[in-house]
Write a protein that binds this ligand. Sequence first.
Ligand code: ZN
Ligand code: ZN
Length: 305
Amino acid sequence: MELTFLGTSAGVPTRRRNVSALALRPRQSSNWLLFDCGEATQHQLLKTPLSLYRLQRIFITHLHGDHVYGLFGLLASRGMLMSEMPLEIYGPTGLQEMLQTVMRLSQLRLPYDLAVREVSAGESLAFGDYRIETIALHHSITCYGYVYTEADLPGRFDLEKARKLGIPEGPLFGRLQRGESITLPDGRRVENRDVLGAPRAGRRVLIGGDNDRPELFAPYRGADLMIHEATYLQKDFDRLPRKFMHTTARQLGIAAEKMAIKRLVATHFSPRYDNEKKMKAIEEEIRENYRGELTLASDLMRIGL
Ligand SMILES: [Zn+2]
Ligand SMILES: [Zn+2]
């Protein structure tokens, strides 16, 4: 699978960072998914190989503007491309009303079917090669995290097993590798699964929205990747006269270490940190507690998994 960070700034865009959006292209798929859609997400997409034509599903974490105001323009532009592939949008209660109202008032008609589905916490949505679970996060309005889990892959062809079963090397190997069952010259039947190694576990990615309790992802301990906000340094958060419900770098480091997250990508940084020195301070603060692989997201950064 491949992830592209389209926006990594909190609240407002900066010269180097747009507001929240993340693209995910599933393993062996030319279609792709979008998580959140801050304003100008469609502009960011123009700088990537991703085409709106192939956008299949959108997942919205919450209805704050920096996560959703790009939706309307993006839907309209996808219509201009005359994409007829249906589009599904998942998100919290109110999303349907927000979309319907804007579409009605601006008389937007789309050439494709748009299915809006308002989700609740604890759902598991099955999509064939992957499933997406919703979890309730803790923010000033209803906000969901999405847990993306790939289906397990069948085990690889196990040469040792095949030899032990006395299968002669040659065309019979090829047929088993293609998933067929065969009959040996001595009449024994060998099923494809008899010569496969252990199934390979699908990978799991935790995608947070805005949230001041990263430990809410604890049921998914050991996940391959967690993408989560780290809006403030602890000392700046402590001085804020009004506390917004966001996670600090220190908090994220502690939670990710406790949950044994294999790889952590921090994102959604306050615009006040928009220079390298200050980003370094965020990295160091997460590092005080987290020992896994750590990356600070930047716009248009791509990760293969
Ligand atoms: Zn936000
Ligand atoms: Zn928010």
